[in-house]
Design a binder for this molecule. Structure first.
Ligand code: FMN
Length: 205
């Protein structure tokens, strides 16, 4: 694939001025979205931020899918819920019970009615491919935060996205693996911060 040097285009400059530290501390997993569509230019800015993440051996293994078709997102949400139900029934772990309770709520939507789902895929194999994709995911989420947008990783969706049925439906080559599904949208309100453990330092010599 052709390689290009990219600088953020003028239109891609964040409207909200935010330092890297501000974005790190202000990013939240947003689970309530206003019914507004994000334009192509903004999405391209986020994808460009994603590919500026470091990758092992500069392999650049990430590919992206953008889903904004509401009907498709609803069907994917239903399919994910069905899979979560089936997987949870086969397990008696507390996490499975929690997942089951969640997906059985009548109005639960796996994508929280966000208008955009970006999925990071890869065909590459190797010990750092998942790390590369997750670093790209975090870049994307921080860039979205800097532009006043909300995001949330939807780990729930990975298993359904990796079925041949959903790859065929989304026109994803069968050899690609879905790694990081991320919803993006305009937050409907404020999301309070989730407390963090203090960094556990096991050694400092
Ligand atoms: C790998 C991964 C998978 C996640 N999957 C889900 C998910 O399926 N649904 C969801 O609502 N949040 C999901 N989250 C979001 C976490 O619940 C969230 O990051 C955590 O509660 C901390 O909140 P914060 O992101 O607002 O700081 C996921 C996060 C990660 C990193």
């Amino acid at each position: 694939m052709e390689k290009v040097m990219t600088k953020p285009p003028k239109a891609a400059q964040p409207e909200v001025s935010m330092s890297a530290m501000d974005a790190i501390y202000h990013r939240r997993s947003v689970r309530d979205y206003a019914p507004r569509t994000i334009g192509q230019a903004v999405i391209r800015t986020l994808l460009d931020a994603a590919v500026h993440a470091p990758t092992a051996m500069h392999e650049e293994p990430c590919s992206f899918a953008v889903i904004q078709d509401k009907n498709l997102l609803n069907r994917l949400s239903d399919s994910v819920k069905e899979r979560v139900r089936n997987e949870a029934r086969a397990s008696d772990s507390p996490q499975a019970k929690h997942s089951l309770d969640l997906v059985n709520k009548p109005d639960f939507h796996v994508f929280y009615n966000a208008g955009t789902l970006i999925i990071i895929y890869s065909t590459f194999q190797g010990p750092f491919v998942a790390a590369d994709c997750w670093l790209a995911a975090e870049n994307l989420m921080l860039a979205a935060c800097a532009k006043g947008l909300g995001t949330c990783v939807i780990g729930f969706a990975v298993s359904a996205l990796n079925t041949l049925e959903w790859k065929a439906e989304l026109k994803i080559p069968p050899e690609m693996t879905a790694i990081a599904p991320i919803i993006v949208g305009v937050p409907a309100g404020e999301t309070p911060p989730v407390p963090r453990k203090r960094p556990e330092i096991v050694t400092w010599k």
